[in-house]
Design a protein around this ligand. Structure first.
Ligand code: ZN
Length: 448
């Protein structure tokens, strides 16, 4: 068996791996590169894979950096099966059509694919259930719940002739978390390809409800604006659920308006409502007599007009808008309107990749250029790290420690510092396991 790293190797985005056996080859994820221009440029470079020999594609989850290049498969001549869970498919449909739409609205040269390409790919999807194994050529495959976003999976691939197992963590959840079932531990594998997004960090105990309460209380007193750039999938639903709870518990004024200003998040919330069987036990219980994603004061901005009207609301307000890293979407016009106002609190609740506006602001830049407008940032900037959908260093180590027979670990989906730090930690905690830090196009022979 050979394993080739074609993306998310020394970076977070562009997840793409190729596992080749005697007569079968599997691609795991085909994600978009995001962030720095030199990485984004890689989206148009055809990976060095023989697509005619590709047997199947396995998709871990619906985030753009894992699924964003799938529609290119048709251009590359692949018309085989693409395996994913049902919830992943529902979300992928939203994510890819959204990506096609953004490309269409931007300059023509940045168009990677169209809605028609997305439809072609969706027809190739075969649904898989968690914990049920299936075969593709030389390999037996099983998807288990990664607890990261709705439908997310870690994928275990077993080469039947040798019994050798490779596990791809996908993105691991910050487990336990309020909406989803916990991350499933993998008990047997020889090689683990593991994410390292927060390999150098510890999230600390979850206290986002407390942090948000403080932020909103302050805004309620000063009649200020709370601006929250949010990923549409998972984070937006988590925020809605938190506001629902805070209002029920009287920690937030029921009248304080919360604008959900992201067409994608609005649709993703509908997908969440379709899969209650994937909720955490707690959430399943609560759902019996309440909609956890709805509460008094929630205003859904499903049209651009409603989005534009937000600025006419005087007084305290919360705006949840995409995109999560402020690299586009409706958050942009709110950022232009509100970041120069000292009465605004910008709350970062998710990962901010290098090269994005969110990262620039979080890194403390005093002024930023947003679509040609120079904005002097007067808003108060805060970060709630515990809302991360990713495992931190300790959670990754515990996940690895549960795996019996582990010989080699490849750290992917992380910038250089986090994965160096994580490698040191692994050396301390898991003796005799080789750790590799692959770069793009590196291939390792798993038979050695
Ligand atoms: Zn993810």
């Amino acid at each position: 068996m050979k394993l080739k790293f074609l993306g998310a190797a020394k970076t977070v985005t562009g997840s793409n791996f190729l596992l080749t056996g005697e007569s079968t080859s599997l691609m795991v994820d085909f994600g978009m590169f995001q962030g720095k221009p030199e990485e984004v440029g890689l989206n148009t470079v055809k990976p060095s894979i023989d697509f005619n020999k590709l047997s199947a594609v396995l998709l871990t989850h619906a985030h753009l950096d894992h699924c964003g290049r799938l529609p290119l498969l048709a251009h590359y001549g692949f018309n085989g099966p693409i395996f994913m869970t049902e919830a992943t498919k529902a979300l992928v449909e939203l994510v890819l059509h959204d990506a096609a739409k953004i490309a269409k609205e931007a300059e023509a040269k940045s168009i990677l694919y169209t809605d028609e390409d997305v439809e072609v790919i969706l027809k190739q999807v075969l649904l898989v259930e968690y914990d049920k194994s299936f075969d593709v050529g030389d390999f037996g495959i099983i998807f288990v719940d990664a607890g990261h976003i709705l439908g997310s999976a870690s994928v275990i691939v077993k080469e039947r002739s040798t019994g050798k197992r490779v596990v791809f963590s996908g993105d691991l959840g910050n487990t336990p978390e309020p909406l989803l079932s916990p991350t499933h531990f993998v008990n047997k594998a020889n090689i683990a390809v593991v994410e390292s997004t927060y390999g150098d960090e510890t999230h600390g105990p979850r206290k986002e409800a407390e942090d948000l309460t403080k932020i909103i209380k302050k805004a309620e007193i000063t009649k200020g604006t709370v601006l929250i750039p949010s990923f549409s999938i998972e984070r937006a639903q988590e925020l809605l659920y938190l506001f629902d709870q805070l209002k029920k518990e009287g920690r937030m004024d029921v009248k304080t308006p919360v604008f959900l200003d992201s067409p994608m998040a609005i649709k993703a919330t509908e997908v969440f409502r379709d899969f209650p069987q994937l909720y955490s036990k707690d959430l399943q219980r609560q759902t019996k007599n309440d909609d956890p994603f709805d509460f008094p004061g929630l205003i859904i901005c499903d049209t651009i007009e409603k989005s534009k009207q937000v600025k006419n609301y005087d007084g305290v307000k919360v705006i949840v808008a995409g995109s999560g890293m402020m690299s586009g979407g409706r958050i942009i016009h709110h950022a232009i309107n509100y970041l120069g106002d000292p009465n605004t609190q910008l709350v970062i609740v998710g990962y901010q990749a290098e090269g994005t506006l969110g990262r620039e602001i979080l890194d403390g830049k005093n002024s930023v250029n947003i679509w040609g407008n120079w904005i002097n940032i007067k808003a108060e900037i805060s970060e709630i790290k515990t809302m991360s959908a990713h495992a931190d260093q300790g959670q990754v180590i515990s996940w690895l420690k549960k795996i019996e027979g582990l010989e080699e670990i490849a750290l992917v989906h992380g910038e250089e510092l986090p994965r160096l730090v994580l490698r040191e930690k692994i050396h301390l905690e898991l003796q005799d396991v080789k750790v590799v830090l692959p770069v793009v196009n590196q291939e390792i022979d798993l038979n050695l």
